[in-house]
Ligand binder design. Structure first.
Ligand code: SF4
Ligand code: SF4
Length: 456
């Protein structure tokens, strides 16, 4: 980033310091100070992020039957999503859901750039929470910069310590809530309070808290720039019709002269990524729209039309029309529709009774002295129906003998392999088709099986 001699960074706190000044951002020891702003896009961001934050913290507390609204239970080997109960067998459906989500993300990236990053990504949302706490405890960006360059007084030290304590508190609450998605809160909190929790859980909570504190408090935009693969994908997905946050160079330049840009650097001071959008589209830009809001306020003040910085495509900026319907956009939309349909169909087909039937290893059949032949098999059953726990096992041919538990009690034997033996007269065909039927309440699952015997 090019260094330019900007003296007055913050009109409210105009003052020259010994800080390095980089295109509008004062940097002290490599740290820049994000100035908060208001406007249409900041309101939009808040109206998206607050419901998401509320849902994140509330979902582990809202009861749904015997469980919280969302729970990934390792002990029960179930995923509870409101009325839906998924087993680990349904993980492909969750994978399908993630792939559909990725296609939706790509669709948004082609249409509007990194709006997900700027408006809904947890990394951005938590960074804004931490920036807000910083502003509340230590003062505005200009005040914080002056404190860092002059040194802290006793009261400023107290404010700084309180900032870090609040950050730690939010980080701990985040880590506990996140853990609550795997261990129900009503179990987790009492066990934590009584120090009865496994040391692995403690380590997990503390690691998550430390990562949240580091990510949102100290590292922030560097995660987006260096650790998130999405910032790399964007250059592949963007095209000349992608409407992303852009500076209208034709209108703004030359700055502080005939152009509309008055070079106040407010768009740079409010940028959480620490960049100057006037230098063109950059990898670090998360499309949060803060620079649009800041610049629109300046334009309103000087009586010029807003939109010097706006969501616009390369074609629009060069004065050409940008079509709304584009093949690339349509193909991603098609992928979203196909993915959502397939996952929806998969959910509608998922059963409340899960059964596996497998032949015993190393054995095709056994002959008995009474001229019968037997196949040894293993059966495993799991159920997702709360009130039912007895699985009835039957075989399609009444003349076949089935040895093994006629009912599987899921309360005692869910997920355990049980040994069965199915026998028939030796005159049966070498690969006789059979069907095992399993019933749990109204759920019926049929499993085909080939009964093996010898060639006569
Ligand atoms: S350049 Fe503008 S849209 Fe991009 S990250 Fe900075 S403030 Fe947000
Ligand atoms: S683009 Fe707008 S906010 Fe940025 S320096 Fe120019 S006038 Fe100021």
């Amino acid at each position: 980033m090019e260094s330019i001699p900007v003296v007055q960074l913050d009109p409210n706190h105009a003052e020259q310091t010994n800080a390095t000044i980089v295109t509008g951002h004062a940097q002290v020891n490599g740290k820049f100070y994000v100035r908060l702003t208001h406007g249409v896009y900041q309101n939009l961001r808040r109206s998206i992020s607050w419901p998401l934050i509320t849902l994140f913290f509330a979902a582990v507390w809202i009861p749904w039957g015997d469980h919280p609204l969302v729970l990934f239970s390792f002990s029960e080997r179930r995923i509870f999503l409101g009325p839906l109960q998924l087993s680990w067998y349904d993980l492909p459906l969750l994978a399908g859901l993630l792939i559909t989500g990725a296609a939706l993300l790509f669709f948004m990236a082609v249409a509007w750039g990194r709006v997900w990053c700027g408006f809904a990504c947890p990394q951005s949302i938590w960074s804004w929470i931490f920036i807000r706490i910083e502003d509340w405890t230590e003062g505005s960006a200009g005040q914080r910069r002056r404190q860092d360059t002059r040194g802290l007084s006793a009261s400023q030290w107290a404010r700084r310590i309180s900032k870090h304590l609040l950050w730690l508190l939010v980080a701990l609450a985040t880590a506990l809530t996140f853990t609550g998605y795997f261990v129900p809160m009503r179990t987790l909190l009492p066990e934590l309070a009584q120090w009865h929790i496994a040391s692995a859980v403690w380590m997990w909570v503390l690691t998550m808290a430390a990562l949240t504190y580091l990510n949102a408090g100290l590292v922030r935009e560097k995660i987006c720039q260096h650790a998130c693969p999405y910032s790399r994908f964007q250059s592949v997905m963007f095209d000349a019709d992608t409407r992303t946050v852009s500076y209208d160079r034709r209108r703004g330049e030359p700055r502080s002269a005939q152009g509309d840009c008055v070079d106040c650097t407010l768009c740079v001071q409010v940028c959480p990524a620490g960049i100057d959008i006037r230098n063109g589209l950059q990898l670090a830009c998360i499309d949060c729209g803060a620079c649009i809001d800041a610049c629109d306020k300046v334009m309103n003040k000087i009586g010029k039309a807003t939109g010097l910085i706006r969501f616009a495509s390369e074609h629009q900026l060069s004065g050409n029309a940008s079509p709304l319907i584009r093949p690339k956009l349509l193909s991603y939309l098609l992928a979203v529709v196909i993915g959502a349909t397939a996952v929806g169909w998969g959910f509608s087909q998922s059963s409340g009774l899960l059964v596996e039937v497998a032949r015993q290893r190393g054995q095709l059949y056994t002959e008995r002295p009474d001229n019968t032949v037997c196949n040894d098999i293993r059966i495993k059953a799991e159920g997702l129906i709360a009130d039912e726990h007895l699985v009835k096992v039957a075989v399609s041919r009444p003349d076949f003998e089935l040895a093994g538990p006629g009912n599987i009690d899921l309360q005692a034997l869910a997920g355990q392999w049980l040994n069965y033996r199915v026998c028939a007269d030796h005159t049966e065909q070498p690969a006789t088709p059979l069907v095992f039927t399993f019933s749990l309440g109204d759920e019926v699952v049929e499993k085909p099986f080939k009964f093996l015997t010898y060639h006569r």
